[in-house]
Design a protein around this ligand. Structure first.
Ligand code: ZN
Length: 76
């Protein structure tokens, strides 16, 4: 059972789950949730990295892979 990116026309395997909290104006990127919720969106790595929060919202990237990417950026 594979999970696919929710972006139209993409179809890449999803490795990130995007979720929202409208009350707090927060957007989260997490490692792919085990439970698929209709309130969340599964995204591939490329589309997850391109995610921009709506104006006035805050994006919090909680993915373990993102932390690795940051560490690699600082090391190079
Ligand atoms: Zn995608």
């Amino acid at each position: 059972m594979s999970r696919r990116c929710a972006r139209p026309g993409c179809g890449q395997p999803a490795d990130t789950t995007l979720s929202y909290d409208y009350a707090q104006r927060l957007v989260w990127l997490d490692d792919l949730h085990l439970d698929k919720s209709p309130a969340n969106h599964d995204l591939c790595r490329r589309h997850a990295d391109r995610t921009q929060p709506p104006k006035g919202w805050e994006l919090r990237d909680r993915r373990s892979a993102a932390q690795t990417a940051v560490a690699l950026t600082f090391a190079s």
